[in-house]
Design a protein around this ligand. Structure first.
Ligand code: CTP
Ligand code: MG
Length: 233
């Protein structure tokens, strides 16, 4: 049984603002994308990583990456995240089999822990469908209309936030993403595409520090979390 990573990194980071896409912001000596790859490319269970970057990306070729145990290939990004992931799957297909497991992980989540990768693999490798890391919602959830007025309090029982990695079989995920896109459904994660096919992915509780860097304030949070993990910053 083989496990591969696809890392979508072809976004522009609009909500983060600034000129530089957020995955190229520096934290210490390294960029965010390098912090993200650190965990995956040193993990003994992983056969290879496909990094998906924008066709207009000028930053990736300028990085000086150290040697890692896990090989990396680059694929071209698409208009939305789901197009980028699909391109990554096609690239991976040159080396991987349809029933190999693929873990899709956002480049913008540099605080992923090796033991969360282990947890996902250990819980799902014998599962028929696969699943993802997530966290139960802690706050009270409100539905609000366009004027800002609350229309409803949503029962948070059973509500989870979807994180990454999301782990599915290469062939089934490719089919699911293609089917969603063929009807114009732009899925924001892999599990949504699998659900659209009628599958029921498993939710596995992950670490709370696996945040997606989205807004400017997240950079200092990421720094704190990486320092707490003892990672060099
Ligand atoms: N991503 C991608 N291809 C796209 C859009 C996004 O590979 N066409 C990647 C991003 O680089 C990121 C991950 O998907 O690592 C999650 O997306 P998000 O956090 O939304 O990043 P951006 O799209 O870059 O940010 P924003 O939505 O604020 O522009
Ligand atoms: Mg986006």
């Amino acid at each position: 049984m083989r496990f591969w990573f696809i890392v979508p990194a072809a976004g522009v980071g609009r909500r983060m603002g600034g000129v530089l896409p957020k995955q190229y912001l520096k934290l210490g000596e390294q960029t965010i994308i390098e912090h993200t790859l650190y965990c995956l490319r040193n993990h003994p269970a992983i056969s290879g990583v496909v990094l998906v970057i924008s066709p207009t990306d000028q930053y990736w070729p300028q990085l000086h990456l150290p040697e890692y145990s896990v090989p990396l290939w680059v694929a071209e990004g698409g208009v939305e995240r789901c197009h980028s992931v699909l391109n990554g799957l096609y690239k991976l297909q040159e080396r991987a089999a349809d029933d190999d497991w693929v873990l899709v992980h956002d480049a913008a989540r540099p605080c992923l822990r090796a033991d969360d990768i282990d947890k996902l693999i250990n819980n799902l490798q014998t599962h028929a469908v696969g699943g993802l890391l997530g966290l139960p919602v802690a706050d009270t959830i409100k539905q609000v209309d366009e004027s800002g007025m609350i229309t409803k309090t949503v029962d948070r029982c059973g509500l989870w936030r979807a994180l990454t990695p999301q782990m599915f079989r290469l062939g089934l995920l490719r089919e699911a993403l293609n089917n969603a896109l063929s009807v114009g459904y732009i899925v924001t994660d892999e599990a949504s595409a699998m659900e659209f096919q009628g599958y029921r992915p498993m939710m596995i509780e992950g670490a709370a520090d696996n945040i997606k860097m989205t807004h400017p304030n997240d950079l200092s949070l990421v720094k704190t979390f990486l320092q707490q993990q003892g990672r060099a910053i």
